[in-house]
Design a protein around this ligand. Structure first.
Ligand SMILES: *[C@@H]1O[C@H](CO)[C@@H](O)[C@H](O)[C@H]1NC(C)=O
Ligand SMILES: *[C@@H]1O[C@H](CO)[C@@H](O)[C@H](O)[C@H]1NC(C)=O
Ligand SMILES: *[C@@H]1O[C@H](CO)[C@@H](O)[C@H](O)[C@H]1NC(C)=O
Ligand SMILES: *[C@@H]1O[C@H](CO)[C@@H](O)[C@H](O)[C@H]1NC(C)=O
Ligand SMILES: *[C@@H]1O[C@H](CO)[C@@H](O)[C@H](O)[C@H]1NC(C)=O
Ligand SMILES: *[C@@H]1O[C@H](CO)[C@@H](O)[C@H](O)[C@H]1NC(C)=O
Ligand SMILES: *[C@@H]1O[C@H](CO)[C@@H](O)[C@H](O)[C@H]1NC(C)=O
Ligand SMILES: *[C@@H]1O[C@H](CO)[C@@H](O)[C@H](O)[C@H]1NC(C)=O
Ligand SMILES: *[C@@H]1O[C@H](CO)[C@@H](O)[C@H](O)[C@H]1NC(C)=O
Ligand SMILES: *[C@@H]1O[C@H](CO)[C@@H](O)[C@H](O)[C@H]1NC(C)=O
Ligand SMILES: *[C@@H]1O[C@H](CO)[C@@H](O)[C@H](O)[C@H]1NC(C)=O
Length: 538
């Protein structure tokens, strides 16, 4: 019997390798691969909804080059006991290109990803879900309110974590059968996303940890309840201080901050690689009286916020010429924004709306860790939308909850075996910063695949400078909690331990009793003021 099984499996494997895309990309092959009702708890797949068609030589995925041939599949399911319909899309690479991988791309803003082809360049099956609220075409913000005073909790849970987890479970189950592999063949499963995509990655680590082998999460938009408050914080500062600085004055303050703090990290390269040293050593009052000038501007731009929330006609950035000197009041506004929101007197844990389900701050991720998962977490140090300190805080929460009985050094080293966090010097929100020509990671998936499949554990993160004097320079970034310190103006730096730096990033949030649910943007940083002003003007 065993012999027979082995022979059969070998025959199937041989078939899979020899099979062409056209051979496997049929409705009947997909239907035969669909798990029976009762196999996946709560998920009833509907085989009659399967559509499958071969797509040849198509461009695929964001930022990937080359062309790919794949099987374009859609299938729907319903939740047991509910009369809902969730539509899934998958892109199965040609059998000859398949490398036993499954890839999930994160979305952004209030949207889940709608494209399933992002994994093709890695020989991975990819998937996307409509989350039961037509998420391919609408965003969660259009689904969250029924319009009768009630919140759509089904859509909320689906957007928060459930839809992606179910899409992955179903996709992995179909994958092996689709290629004729035995059901216990390992499918390396990856997630990659930034912003809400980063939050989605963290949601999968926290809720479906056993399903993923490698998760890359950039600038996660976790702690939604506070996150959205942050987007109006700078306007609130201007309102409470009753001073609305001319945009040029704030731009000047930002530029002067960068100029003053650039060299504190040891190298004068236009990049503040150590916002902690800036915070500890630079006195903003020193620039009062400096003159500024901005030429008249006629144009339009869209800030980082969702544009539909801006006032009608509000995207114009037309400005008259501005000429003046930095005022004490302008500095006071900027200082309050740099200082960030504080845990003031009377806060309580009261998150009445959807924020609670989207907090994504669970610090005990043991199921992910113990099933061998690897987490690569990064955050632009000058992110003007989602504070880098909120990522630092999450890392600290995981460390203290999972390794609270170890010494600091031992806990850091235990954590780094499977969860690594990197601040990206000077970087903005999920990308480079037009004001600081710094490095940005380019090949995270390669690094992750090597870590997961070949056991090559990174110690630093490969990043490339994409503009300015040092364009093309490779920087192997320091893993938190070490911080970079350049050797003068040369092209080398050390990763140093600096307790004062770590302390400057560390905060408590006593209104929230649970570690990991807190946030406070102490390092709500350097690009911040300029963009924050945009929000007021919009
Ligand atoms: C599973 O349940 C769904 C919903 O009840 C049904 O449409 C579908 O046909 C069932 N699948 C099978 C294989 O019977
Ligand atoms: C896809 O591209 C390959 C190589 O360029 C070519 O041989 C093949 O005919 C193309 N297939 C289709 C369906 O266009
Ligand atoms: C994939 O299939 C769906 C229908 O199931 C179709 O709407 C879509 O256009 C197809 N995509 C491509 C690239 O052919
Ligand atoms: C389920 O939903 C469909 C439409 O989506 C509707 O036609 C049908 O009546 C519903 N069934 C029940 C039992 O509510
Ligand atoms: C609001 O609409 C939803 C969806 O139609 C419905 O399920 C819910 O019961 C309604 N709530 C109230 C308070 O009417
Ligand atoms: C700030 O610096 C940028 C270049 O990095 C420059 O384009 C801009 O004019 C400066 N703004 C002010 C007000 O100095
Ligand atoms: C910053 O400089 C101002 C003006 O010289 C001074 O009043 C203030 O105390 C300084 N702040 C700090 C934190 O040193
Ligand atoms: C700014 O204003 C001052 C005096 O008000 C003037 O001397 C200077 O030329 C102006 N600078 C520019 C660039 O317009
Ligand atoms: C810390 O606690 C963990 C889990 O409870 C345990 O496995 C580990 O041995 C403990 N380490 C020390 C140094 O006590
Ligand atoms: C760093 O990334 C660049 C860009 O993807 C790549 O060319 C280079 O080989 C990578 N270096 C290392 C050491 O991974
Ligand atoms: C680095 O170069 C800048 C000019 O670009 C200079 O002002 C600074 O003194 C240099 N720093 C060191 C440590 O040599």
């Amino acid at each position: 019997m065993l012999q027979y099984t082995l022979v059969a499996v070998a025959a199937l494997a041989a078939t899979a390798n020899a099979a062409s895309l056209a051979d496997v990309c049929t409705v009947s092959n997909v239907q035969a691969a669909v798990p029976a009702n009762g196999t996946l708890l709560g998920i009833n797949l509907i085989p009659s909804t399967v559509v499958a068609s071969s797509v040849y030589n198509a461009t695929a995925g964001m930022g990937s080059s080359g062309t790919y041939s794949y099987c374009n599949v859609t299938i729907s399911y319903t939740h047991t006991g509910k009369n809902d319909t969730v539509v899934l899309k998958y892109a199965f690479p040609s059998p000859s290109s398949f490398q036993n991988r499954f890839y999930v791309a994160g979305g952004g803003g209030y949207s889940l990803a709608s494209d399933a082809t992002g994994g093709l360049e890695y020989g991975a099956v990819g998937g996307a879900t409509d989350a039961g609220y037509n998420a391919f075409e609408t965003s969660y913000e259009d689904a969250v309110l029924y319009g009768n005073g009630s919140i759509n909790w089904d859509a909320t849970h689906m957007f928060a974590y459930q839809a992606l987890g179910e899409m992955t479970i179903v996709g992995k189950a179909i994958t092996n059968a689709f290629y004729g592999l035995s059901s216990d063949t390992k499918t390396y499963t990856y997630f990659e996303g930034c912003s809400d995509g980063g939050r989605e990655g963290m949601s999968q680590v926290q809720r479906w940890g056993e399903e993923y082998d490698g998760v890359i999460a950039g600038a996660p938009a976790f702690r939604f309840a506070q996150q959205q408050v942050l987007h109006v914080f700078s306007s609130l500062v201007e309102y409470t201080q009753d001073y609305y600085p001319p945009p040029c004055e704030l731009a000047k303050i930002v530029n002067s901050t960068i100029t003053a703090c650039d060299s504190l990290d040891g190298r004068t390269d236009g990049v503040v690689s150590r916002t902690d040293l800036c915070k500890l050593n630079f006195n903003l009052s020193s620039i009062i009286g400096e003159s500024y000038y901005c030429a008249a501007e006629d144009g339009s731009s869209s800030g980082p916020g969702p544009s539909k929330h801006q006032a009608p006609g509000g995207t114009s950035s037309s400005q008259p010429a501005q000429n003046g000197t930095v005022t004490a009041r302008g500095v006071a506004v900027a200082q309050a924004i740099y200082d960030g929101l504080h845990n003031c007197r009377s806060w309580e844990l009261s998150i009445p709306s959807t924020g609670g389900d989207l907090q994504t701050g669970l610090p005990d991720i043991t199921p992910f860790q113990s099933s061998g998962g690897k987490l690569l977490h990064f955050h632009g140090e000058s992110d003007p939308s989602i504070p880098a300190a909120s990522s630092v805080h999450y890392w600290q929460s995981v460390r203290s909850i999972m390794y609270g009985n170890l010494s600091q050094d031992d806990s850091i080293s235990a954590l780094q075996d499977w969860y690594q966090f990197y601040l990206i010097p000077g970087a903005a929100h999920c990308g480079t910063n037009s004001l600081q020509p710094g490095p940005y990671p380019q090949n995270n998936m390669e690094i992750m695949i090597d870590w997961v499949e070949n056991g090559v554990q990174p110690t630093r993160l490969n990043a490339t400078v994409s503009s300015g004097t040092y364009e093309g320079e490779t920087q192997m970034l320091c893993q938190w909690p070490t911080r970079p310190l350049w050797h003068g103006n040369s092209s080398t730096f050390d990763c140093v331990d600096d307790q004062k730096s770590i302390d400057s990033w560390t905060y408590t949030f006593p209104a929230f009793k649970l570690p990991g649910y807190a946030m406070l943007p102490i390092h709500y940083t350097i690009q911040g003021t300029a963009d924050a002003v945009d929000h007021r003007r919009h």
